[in-house]
Design a protein around this ligand. Structure first.
Ligand code: GCU
Length: 138
């Protein structure tokens, strides 16, 4: 299905740096979250139609310690304490997908670290169109 990519390096960054020293990122770099609680990357996502959208965060974590983050949509929890476990190495990027309700128009999607280690390195957010072939629910 159709999707739109939002590069972390183009998003709003609070307590983080755009870097490009680990290969495999898309776009022009990635965000290295500061190693503090509350560092975040915030994306502005515009969709034409309200619905439940798959949201895929592409990240790397070269440590063996989880780097959980609170994912919020328009200020409301969408995935509290979402796990971003180690990927084996900093140049090894992995997709983490959740689903969340988006409203028609502009949405604010924030991924904020919840531990003193900060977040993982974040490459992008991919917003995928909801399936147009959902089975009936009754
Ligand atoms: C290393 C690594 C960074 C990473 C950092 C961290 O310095 O090179 O890309 O962000 O560790 O632990 O957050």
């Amino acid at each position: 299905p159709a999707f739109t990519d939002y590069q972390a390096e183009n998003a709003t960054i609070s307590q983080g740096l755009v870097e490009s020293n680990h290969a495999g990122y898309t776009g022009t770099g990635f965000v290295n979250y500061d190693n503090v609680t509350g560092s975040y990357v915030q994306f502005t996502v515009t969709v034409a139609t309200a619905g439940v959208y798959p949201l895929t965060l592409r990240y790397a974590n070269g440590t063996t310690i989880d780097r959980p983050m609170d994912v919020t949509v328009n200020g409301s929890p969408a995935a509290p304490g979402l796990s971003f476990p180690g990927t084996g190495a900093w140049p090894t990027w992995v997709d983490k997908t959740i689903t969340a309700s988006l409203t028609a128009g502009t949405n604010t999607i924030r991924a904020a670290s919840t531990t003193v280690n900060g977040g993982p390195n974040l490459d992008r957010l991919r917003v995928t169109a909801p399936s147009d072939s959902q089975p009936p629910t009754a």
